[in-house]
Design a protein around this ligand. Structure first.
Ligand code: C2E
Ligand code: CA
Ligand code: CA
Length: 551
C-alpha cells in the first residue's frame, strides 16, 4: 500500500528538524543522516514513501552517490527526489538533474514554498504512476499507445509491425497455480519483452494492455525479423517454469498506414490473435483483409440474428427422401434458410457454424422443430397421413438437461405423434461424451422418437458407437466418396456399410446423390432411401406439399 511518508536525508540534525516541522501536519516523516541509511530505509519502506528530500554534502554516502543508486533501481522510479541546496549553483543543479532529481528547494526554510514544491512533485509522480503499469513497470496502455504514436510519427521509410501478445489459457494458470503465480508470470513476460525488444531495437515500444495481454510495436526489415522476436520472447518465457508448459499467442498486424489510429492498429492485431484462439496448435497469426472481412460478416450475422428470428426471416425448406422401392418420396429433411428482407437466401453453411459457436443454434433449432410440428399438425388436420420429417439436432442441445422435456412439450403442444418427427444427430456428436449421448438417445427412444446418425463416414466414426448406442437410421453422405464407377474403394466401403446396417436392423439413407450411376449402384446394394439433387433439391413447404399430394 502506498503510504504518505516523506524521507528526509540530511546530516544536519537541525535541518531535519526544520523540514519535519514544516511537513509533519500533512505527511509522515522519516529521517536518515546519509545516503546509505536512506537506501536502507528505502529498501524496507519504498511503498510507503511518496517523496525524498535530499541534501548533497553528507559523510559516508553523499547526495550524488545516492542519486546514482536511486536511478539504477527501476522500482524507485515513481518516488520523486527533491534536492535541498544552500546556494544556487547551476553546475550542481545540472548534475543532479542528470542523475534523476526532480526539483530543488532552497534551505531557507520558507514553509509555503517548501510545501508547494513538495505537493507539486508528489502530484507529478502520481501522473507518472498512471503512465507505468504498477505490476510490471512497463508502459500502461495509454502511455504505450502515445509512445507508439510518437514512434510512427517520427520515423520515415521504415516498416513497422504491431504484435498482440498473450499467454495461452492464462486463466487456467491463474486458477491452478494461484493469482500470485499469475502475477509473477505476467512480470516475467514483461521483463522478457523488455529485454528482447531493447536488444532488438531500442526504438520499439511495448506496454501492458490488460491482464496477460501485451502490445509491441517494432520496426522490421523483413517478416522474418518479427517471427525471430516472437521466438526469442517465447524462449525466455519458457525458462520461467518447468512446472507447466507455456504456450503463447501472437497476433501480428503489419502497419501500412502509419497515420492509422493506434487503437485501430491494436484492434487489427487482436483480430489476428483471435485466429490462434479458435484454432488448435496455431500460435501466431497474421492479420489479413479476408480475415477482417469474414469477422465483420460474422459480426453482422450475430448483430442481426435475434431480430431475424423474431421477424420469421428463417424459413424451413424440405428435401424429400426417396424410397428406392417404388421410387416415391417417403419423407423429408427440414433444412433452414435465412431469407433476408431484401430477398436474398443465405445458406445454412454460412450461419450455422457461427450459431453453434455462440449458442444461438439452440433457439434456431427449436424454431425449426416448431415450424415442422406446425406443418405436420396442418397435414393431420387436413386429413392426410404425413410422411415423417427429420430435423437436425445440434450437439449443444444434448448437453442441455431440459432438451428432452422441451422436445416432448413441443410435440404435445401440437399433438404431433413423435413417430412423425425424426431426429438427425451428426456423427461426430457420438465421439464427445459417450454416456451423456447414450442416455439422451435412450430417453429419446423411450419418448417415441426415431434417431438418425447423420453424415456417417465423414468424421471419426467409431464402430463402437453402433455397438453401444441404439440408432435407427444410418445416413451415409455420398459427397464424401468420389463420383463414378463402383470399382473404387469408396464403393466397396459403401457396400460394406449398407450390409452392416442391414444386419444391425438399421435403415440406410444415402445423401448427396447426384448421378444416375450412383442411384443404380445404391439400388443394387439394397439401400433404403436416397436424398439428393438427383431426385430433388430442398424446396419451400408449399412445393413439398404439392409433391406429396401428387403421390
Ligand atoms: P446436413 O444435415 O448434412 O444436410 C444436408 C446438406 O446437403 C443440405 O445442405 C442439403 O441441401 C445438401 N444436399 C442434399 N443433397 C445434395 C446433393 O445431391 N448434392 C449436394 N451438393 N448437396 C446436397 P444445406 O441445406 O446447405 O445444409 C447444410 C448443413 O447445415 C446441414 O448439413 C446441417 O448440418 C446444417 N443445417 C441445416 N439446417 C439446419 C437446422 O435447422 N439445424 C441445424 N442444427 N443444422 C442445420
Ligand atoms: Ca442432416
Ligand atoms: Ca448429412
Amino acid at each position: 500500500m502506498r503510504g504518505n511518508n516523506i524521507l528526509i536525508v540530511d546530516d544536519g540534525k537541525l535541518n531535519r528538524t526544520s523540514f519535519t516541522a514544516i511537513l509533519k501536519d500533512e505527511y509522515g516523516v522519516l529521517e536518515a543522516e546519509n545516503g546509505e541509511k536512506a537506501l536502507e530505509i528505502l529498501a524496507k519502506r519504498k511503498n510507503s514513501i511518496v517523496l525524498i528530500i535530499l541534501d548533497l554534502i553528507m559523510p559516508v554516502m553523499d547526495g550524488y552517490e545516492f542519486l546514482k543508486v536511486y536511478r539504477s533501481m527501476d522500482e524507485y522510479r515513481y518516488i520523486p527526489v527533491i534536492v535541498s541546496t544552500t546556494n544556487d549553483d547551476a553546475e550542481n543543479e545540472r548534475r543532479c538533474l542528470e542523475l534523476g532529481a526532480w526539483d530543488f528547494i532552497p534551505k531557507t526554510f520558507h514553509p509555503e514554498i517548501i510545501r508547494f514544491r513538495v505537493r507539486n512533485a508528489i502530484e507529478k509522480s502520481k501522473v507518472r504512476l498512471l503512465e507505468y503499469d504498477s505490476l510490471t513497470e512497463i508502459y500502461s496502455q495509454q502511455k504505450f499507445f502515445q509512445m507508439t504514436r510518437e514512434l510512427l510519427d517520427n520515423t520515415e521509410d521504415e516498416h513497422f509491425a504491431f504484435i498482440h501478445f498473450d499467454i495461452d489459457r492464462f486463466k487456467m494458470i491463474n486458477s491452478f497455480y494461484g493469482a500470485k503465480e499469475g502475477d509473477r508470470l505476467i512480470c516475467y513476460v514483461a521483463n522478457a519483452i523488455r529485454s528482447v525488444m531493447t536488444e532488438y531495437d531500442p526504438r520499439s515500444t511495448y506496454g501492458r494492455i490488460s491482464g496477460d495481454v501485451f502490445g509491441i510495436c517494432m520496426p522490421y526489415k523483413e517478416l522474418g525479423d518479427i517471427y525471430k522476436v516472437i521466438e526469442r520472447i517465447k524462449e525466455r518465457i519458457r525458462k520461467h517454469t518447468v512446472h507447466y508448459y507455456l504456450e503463447t499467442c501472437s497476433g501480428i498486424y503489419l502497419i501500412e498506414d502509419k497515420e492509422m489510429d493506434v487503437s485501430v492498429i491494436f484492434d487489427n492485431a487482436c483480430m489476428a490473435a483471435s485466429q490462434c484462439k479458435e484454432k488448435y496448435m496455431v500460435h501466431d497469426a497474421m492479420y489479413t483483409k479476408e480475415l477482417s472481412e469474414s469477422l465483420k460478416r460474422e459480426q453482422e450475422i450475430i448483430d442481426e440474428m435475434d431480430a431475424a428470428l423474431e421477424q420469421n426471416q428463417f424459413v424451413v425448406y424440405f428435401q424429400p427422401k426417396y424410397e428406392l422401392e417404388g421410387l416415391s418420396p417417403g419423407g423429408a429433411e427440414a433444412l433452414v434458410r435465412w431469407q433476408k428482407p431484401d430477398g436474398t437466401l443465405v445458406s445454412p453453411g454460412v450461419f450455422i457454424p457461427i450459431f453453434e459457436k455462440n449458442g444461438f443454434i439452440t433457439k434456431l433449432d427449436y424454431y425449426v422443430w416448431e415450424k415442422v410440428c406446425q406443418f405436420i399438425r396442418q397435414e393431420l388436420d387436413e386429413g392426410r397421413k404425413p410422411a415423417p420429417i427429420s430435423v437436425n439436432v445440434s450437439r449443444v442441445n444434448l448437453y442441455n438437461p431440459k432438451f428432452l422435456d422441451t422436445l416432448i412439450d413441443l410435440v404435445e403442444k401440437y399433438k404431433v405423434p413423435p413417430q412423425y418427427l425424426h431426429l438427425e444427430l451428426t456423427e461426430s456428436v457420438f465421439s464427445d461424451n459417450a454416456s451423456i449421448i447414450q442416455d439422451a438417445v435412450f430417453y429419446l427412444h423411450k419418448a417415441g422418437f426415431t434417431i438418425l446418425m447423420d453424415d456417417f463416414g465423414s468424421g471419426y466414426s467409431s464402430l463402437n458407437v453402433l455397438k453401444d448406442v441404439d440408432l435407427d437410421v444410418l445416413k451415409i453422405d455420398m459427397k464424401f466418396f468420389s463420383k463414378g464407377g463402383a470399382a473404387d474403394k469408396g464403393a466397396k466401403i459403401i457396400e460394406a456399410v449398407i450390409k452392416m446396417a442391414e444386419s444391425l436392423n438399421m435403415t440406410v439413407i444415402a445423401e448427396g446423390v447426384e448421378e444416375p450411376e450412383q442411384v443404380e449402384f445404391l439400388t443394387k446394394l439394397g439401400c433404403d432411401y436416397i436424398q439428393g439433387y438427383y431426385f430433388a433439391k430442398p424446396m419451400p413447404q408449399a412445393q413439398y406439399q404439392e409433391l406429396m399430394k401428387k403421390k
